[in-house]
Design a protein around this ligand. Structure first.
Ligand code: TNX
Length: 547
């Protein structure tokens, strides 16, 4: 019996071994692909004696060493003490972290990693780079290192490598729409963790929309008492008649303490949380809470269906001041230099029909409703600039002729990015065609209901963020790119992960890896190893399908 079992396991083992292509086992599947990587032979083995050293007197190195130890302890079960390096001799059988070199611009995020039989050396000019070096080190270990509980019988080897790495773009982001469907704080933390593993550094939180207001504002409590809850939600696709609703109250919001916790958690992972407070459109939840912010005499409920919406903020001075009060609290919570004020899809019919708005347009000496929106945005721009922050808006803020200063998020196409740069603005690329991760990622009849479109993994991977129409100086104004997880048809965290991954893995490589390092075939060979990591993290990604 014993013999039989042994034979059987030997057989299973052999099948498992031959099932893995030889090169995959020793070709570390790092995502995003590093700038330069040389396999140098041999391997470092992490064991019960391994120490994590930080450069003497350097607090950034110490903090990063502690992050690394915390990341490596659960799966290994080792103590991995963090200690100050007193002499180079300490490095024997250790992982040693040092901060040195030129930290200007993108170099602050660069790092160098050398692993050999004796030790692992991680050096970077600044804390972010050192952190990314740690992320690469985690990926060089077996995928089981991402397990939350102790893994028995695993040898923790790091292949001998010499890696030099740095990002291509400074803005490597994801947008999470928590307004259409509220996502619990715990999920947001997990999402931050997952994108940080891929060296992404921005999470754009879409906090307010027609269907929900998700951030506590102390001065205006009804924004969440009323605005965070909708009576029910449309079932199925928008526009399908007869409309059907689920009859279930939906909502939720983050308290200011929740926000502080998320911001701090993200900061430890070198992720900046950028808040978005939408104006003047996508405002119905706020108007439901405070009807005086709207254009109609009749009260409005928090919206229960999807789509572009005529109910926008009015243009009164009191409304502008209300929103500046909101931003004051938002600025206290979010240290992000960039603050997003939306600006998209503001249908102007109510402004056209409103006597009060027309009076205001005339009094301000403006020509039309587009100029009114420009005025609205420029008031927010002045406000944010005075506070040392910078306004970001969707590319509609270009309509009506806004001056220099704000940063434009180009979603309606590459042309919008070119127009913005020619108008003297910095741009974050977010085109629907490549970065809308709420769009279908496979054949429509095989995928869960989604808003539409078709943005498959290869499409995301093929995205080139620098528009050809720009010269070198113009291309420097492209800060980077981000993926959009609009959540009309994403009701749960599980579904959000299904839509985000693996497409966000492809996007991470688009924004981090050098253009000449991008190779879709090679990415697909590395991807299964990365998905094995996501498995250990409990990320419910969309499995790869042969298509
Ligand atoms: C357009 S992108 C929107 C969002 C929707 C999204 C759905 C943008 C600035 N506005 O409000 O959620 O399409 O794909």
């Amino acid at each position: 019996m014993l013999v039989k079992i042994t034979l059987l396991s030997a057989l299973t083992c052999a099948i498992a071994l031959t099932g893995t292509p030889a090169h995959a086992a020793n070709h570390p599947g790092i995502i995003p692909a590093p700038l330069k990587m040389k396999e140098t032979g041999g391997a470092f083995t992490l064991d019960a004696q391994t120490r994590i050293l930080f450069q003497s007197g350097n607090n950034d190195a110490k903090k990063t060493a502690e992050f690394l130890a915390t990341a490596l302890r659960p799966a290994t079960g080792y103590a991995l003490p963090v200690a100050e390096e007193t002499s180079p001799a300490d490095r024997a059988h250790a992982i040693a972290l040092r901060i040195e070199g030129d930290a200007s611009d993108l170099k602050a995020e660069s790092y160098r990693l050398d692993a050999n039989v004796d030790n692992v050396m991680l050096t970077a000019p600044a804390a972010p780079g050192l952190f990314y070096g740690c992320q690469t080190l985690r990926q060089l270990l077996p995928a089981a290192i991402f397990s939350a509980t102790k893994v028995e019988g695993q040898t923790w080897t790091v292949p001998g490598v010499s890696i030099e790495d740095a990002p291509r773009f400074a803005w490597r982001g994801m947008l999470l729409d928590v307004a259409r469907h509220f996502m619990p704080k715990e999920f947001v933390l997990k999402f931050i963790d997952t994108i940080a593993i891929q060296k992404m550094n921005r999470l754009h939180l879409h906090l307010t929309d027609d269907q929900g207001w998700r951030i506590e504002i102390k001065k205006y409590p009804k924004l969440t008492e009323v605005g965070a809850w909708r009576a029910q939600t449309l079932v199925g696709r928008s526009g399908k008649k007869p409309e059907q609703y689920d009859g279930k109250r939906h909502g939720g919001f983050y308290t200011q303490d929740d926000i502080r916790e998320m911001v701090a958690y993200a900061a430890e992972r070198h992720v900046t949380l950028m808040p978005e407070v939408e104006m003047p459109g996508h405002a119905q939840a706020a108007i439901a809470a405070y009807p005086e912010l709207g254009n109609l005499d009749t009260p409005l409920p928090v919206k229960t269906e999807w789509g572009v919406n005529p109910n926008i903020f009015n243009a009164e001075e009191s409304t502008i001041l209300f929103l500046q009060d909101v931003l004051t609290e938002v600025l206290d919570l979010f240290p992000s230099h960039y603050i997003h004020i939306g600006g998209d899809e503001a249908v102007k019919n109510q402004w056209k029909a409103s006597k009060a708005v027309q009076v205001r347009i005339a009094a301000l000496g403006l020509h039309d409703e587009e100029e009114m929106q420009r005025y609205f945005v420029s008031r927010m721009n002045d406000f944010l600039t005075a506070k040392g922050r910078s306004l970001v808006g969707w590319d509609e803020i270009l309509d009506g002729g806004l001056g220099q200063g704000p940063t434009v998020m180009a979603w309606r196409g590459m042309d919008k990015a070119v127009e913005a740069v020619h108008g003297g603005k910095d741009v974050v690329m977010a085109p629907t065609e490549f970065t809308y991760l709420d769009y279908y990622q496979g054949p429509k009849d095989k995928e869960p209901l989604s808003i539409g479109g078709d943005v498959r993994l290869d499409k995301v991977y093929s995205f080139e963020p620098l528009p050809k129409a720009l010269d070198d100086a113009g291309q420097k104004r492209i800060l980077g790119a981000q993926g959009q997880l609009w959540a009309e048809y994403i009701p749960t965290p599980e579904h959000a992960e299904y839509m985000a991954f693996p497409r966000a893995c492809a996007l991470a490589e688009v924004v981090w890896s050098a253009k000449d390092k991008r190779d879709y075939k090679d990415f697909l060979e590395r991807l299964p190893q990365h998905l094995a990591r996501l498995d250990k993290l409990g990320v419910r990604y969309r499995p790869l399908t042969p298509e």
